[in-house]
Design a protein around this ligand. Structure first.
Ligand SMILES: C[S@@+](CC[C@H](N)C(=O)[O-])C[C@H]1O[C@@H](n2cnc3c(N)ncnc32)[C@H](O)[C@@H]1O
Length: 245
């Protein structure tokens, strides 16, 4: 089984923007999410797991100072290209989220975003808790840590119900197989079939995601000294915003 970094490098990064664009414009969706949670009025932002820049790009276009961190070079190349096209500057750091936040001891941000299910990609529960604690320590006074993830703690599908069609077009079909492994882990298997000049080809890769309940994440944020607002669920995604004193 791949780890998250290998899974993105070997399969997902290549099709990620395509897959999330099946549900509409991901940049507009991210901008709407920021506004809906009152996160669009600050000056400085840290985007943890920024990917192709769904959140970072609209923030930079709105004149914000944005730092984007991710370990996937393909997604960060897409982010850089989008920023150049838009004529905006985004500080980009390629590497592990935990390592970046730990090394940024002297820096503070008004808003730290970890959105689009990034938190569940961390290797272990202890890593997710540690990232929240370290991010809390990087917030400016009154700053906000905004977490968005898919809560799969109640996921119990069996048989064919475990297969989700992610998207399709004339040359590509993508499915995802979701299997709870234990109370804390969900195995995710992505299958991408593409039709090229020589016929169809298939790529398949699996990795583990964390099964995070809102109460568990809220407890970590509270332990990190943050004031946690009630979690909100929209379109299957849970959002939790926690503020520094
Ligand atoms: C599901 S995507 C979400 C991307 C973006 N936040 C969005 O909403 O479109 C998860 C992102 O987190 C990155 N990622 C996952 N674990 C990471 C880690 N430990 N360090 C750095 N990046 C990580 C992946 O490369 C990917 O871009």
């Amino acid at each position: 089984m791949a780890d998250a970094r290998q899974h993105y490098a070997g399969l997902l990064a290549d099709v990620y923007l395509w897959s999330v664009s099946r549900r509409g414009d991901p940049f507009a969706r991210a901008a709407a999410w920021l506004a809906a949670h009152g996160l669009d009025g600050a000056a400085t932002y840290l985007d943890l797991g920024a990917g192709f820049g769904a959140h970072a790009l609209p923030l930079a276009q709105a004149g914000k100072q944005v730092t984007a961190v991710d370990f996937d070079p393909t997604l960060l190349a897409a982010l850089r290209t989008a920023a150049t096209r838009a004529g905006v500057a985004i500080e980009v750091a390629e590497g592990d989220l935990g390592a970046f936040v730990a090394a940024a001891a002297g820096r503070r941000w008004d808003v730290i975003v970890c959105a689009g299910d990034t938190l569940t990609h961390l290797p272990a529960m202890a890593d997710a808790a540690a990232l929240i604690a370290a991010a809390a320590a990087r917030l400016a006074p009154g700053g906000a840590l905004a977490l968005e993830w898919r809560d799969s703690t109640e996921f119990t599908a069996e048989g064919v119900a475990r297969f989700v069609e992610v998207g399709r077009d004339a040359r590509r079909l993508m499915h995802c197989l979701l299997e709870p492994i234990d109370a804390d882990h969900l195995r995710v298997t992505d299958l991408v079939t593409e039709v090229g000049p020589d016929g169809p080809t298939a790529r398949i890769s699996d990795y583990l995601k964390l099964r995070l309940s809102p109460s568990r994440v809220a407890a970590w944020a509270t332990a990190a000294g943050l004031r946690v607002a009630p979690a909100r669920v929209e379109r299957g995604m849970t959002t939790l915003v926690a503020r520094a004193p």
